[in-house]
Design a protein around this ligand. Structure first.
Ligand code: HEM
Length: 413
């Protein structure tokens, strides 16, 4: 079988069969068209992720991407230093405060559509909610949140289109506008420090702990992003972390929520278990995340010649790790294609593994849990209004674009 793993079309409804074929026939697949190896088993992805000396991140984790996405694209020891710093901003106290806020937003979003008896779950619930959370985390004013939404969409529009000048210009403009806005947030926090992530990172920057990461030729970035100014900003560690946060926190969780809800609609027996026993929801959130696997892949680069599965990997060659495939690996999961909300243990790799394990995992789990709790409380009879959700095949995330649903009165009518 010939598979081009950098072609978004590979991630259509047939992807699970392609992944299974790879696991069974060629688990470390050589993708001739993309010029990279592709790891599809749980064991290999775990091995690669846990061997960061042999398989590094600093050569870029998104093949072809012209700039680096903050700590995701760094190696030790700098990665660990920055991660330690940022982690302080994700303390249980802060996550607790964010949960209160997120639950309020979730109830508001559900109530705003409750009487209609129908809505588009993606547009009305799963897109705005994670955006609100990240906006709150970053300190975006309520009145600017629509603009924030646009920046997020436009920056993401550039993903995978590194050679498309127009797409890169759109992404570059959004990036420049977002960065200009952040400068105002920073000024405000310098004048009035708060107990939040931005104040914490800003004081780290002022102490010299966050600086420039000028390890890519800036002319290359400038050419792609459209201006020298944008290129300068792309080397500022604090700004780049704020960009990473926006992409990492929105594009992932919105699809976990849409996909999770779609799985509950398609598995009414499992959904009933949660309605009967809401205490199961925290455990169920992880199974929903495994089942959906919102993030498709990140890559590593071999730092020296090595060998895996009997194949020679030369220094400098890239290996793409396909998380949804690992999460359906029959060697690890019993009935991997079946949703089992009480699955335990559940060693899924949806958040990666090793020293780059997702920093927002607890936040994301909380978001999925809260949305499931509040939706099942208020619209337990939720069902598709027009068949399964629409998806946009995409190489980084499983992108749900629309999911019309009925509930309550409209369903009864
Ligand atoms: C269901 C939702 C999410 C999924 C599936 C997900 C998935 C991932 C994966 C697979 C990685 C590993 C990257 C690698 O090994 O190269 C990662 C890293 C990361 N994620 Fe998430 N993520 C989610 C939500 C979030 C949220 C809500 C945030 C922030 C608020 C976030 C922030 C990050 C950051 C900063 C990293 C880099 C960590 C590092 O390099 O040390 N993620 N995520």
């Amino acid at each position: 079988m010939q598979i081009n793993f950098l072609d978004p079309a590979t991630y259509d409804a047939g992807m699970w069969d392609r992944f299974r074929w790879c696991r069974e026939n060629d688990p470390l697949y050589w993708d001739e068209a993309s010029g990279l190896f592709v790891a599809t088993t749980h064991a290999d992805i775990t091995y690669i992720s846990k061997n960061s000396q042999l398989f590094c991140s600093a050569e870029g984790t998104r093949p072809g991407m012209p700039t680096k996405l903050s700590i995701i694209d760094m190696d030790e020891p700098r990665h660990g230093q920055l991660r330690g710093l940022i982690n302080k901003g994700f303390s249980p106290r802060m996550v607790g405060k964010l949960e209160e806020y997120f639950r309020r937003m979730t109830i508001e979003a559900i109530e705003s559509v409750a009487d209609k008896g129908h809505c588009d779950f993606v547009a009305d619930i799963s897109v705005p909610l994670p955006l609100q959370l990240i906006a709150e985390l970053i300190g975006i004013e309520k009145s600017d949140r629509d603009t924030f939404h646009r920046w997020s969409d436009e920056m993401m529009f550039g993903e995978g289109k590194w050679d498309d000048a127009e797409a890169m210009a759109v992404a570059g403009n959004a990036f420049a506008e977002y960065v200009e806005y952040l400068q105002k947030v920073f000024e405000d926090r310098r004048a009035n420090p708060k107990e939040d992530l931005v104040s914490l990172l800003l004081s780290a920057k002022d102490e010299g702990l966050l600086g420039d990461s000028r390890d890519l030729a800036s002319s290359d970035i400038a050419a792609k992003l459209g201006s020298e100014e944008a290129a300068d900003m792309a080397t500022d560690e604090l700004l780049m972390f704020m960009v990473a946060l926006l992409v990492a926190g929105n594009e992932t969780t919105r699809n976990a929520i849409s996909g999770g809800m779609s799985a509950l609609i398609e598995n009414p027996g499992e959904r009933q278990k949660l309605i009967d026993n809401p205490d199961l929801i925290p455990l169920a959130a992880d199974e929903l995340i495994r089942y959906v696997s919102p993030v498709i892949s990140f890559a590593r680069t071999a730092t020296q010649d090595t060998e895996l599965r009997g194949k020679a990997i030369a220094k400098g060659q890239k290996v793409l790790m396909v998380y949804p495939s690992a999460n359906r690996d029959e060697a690890v999961f019993d009935a991997p294609d079946t949703l089992k909300l009480d699955r335990s243990p559940n060693p899924h790799l949806a958040f990666g593994i090793g020293n780059h394990f997702c920093l927002g995992a607890n936040l994301a789990r909380m978001e999925v849990r809260v949305v499931v709790e509040e939706v099942l409380r208020r619209m337990p009879d939720i069902e598709y209004a027009a068949g399964p959700p629409s998806m946009h095949p995409h190489g980084l995330v499983r992108a749900y674009t629309s999911m019309p649903i009925n509930y309550g009165t409209a369903r009864a009518a």
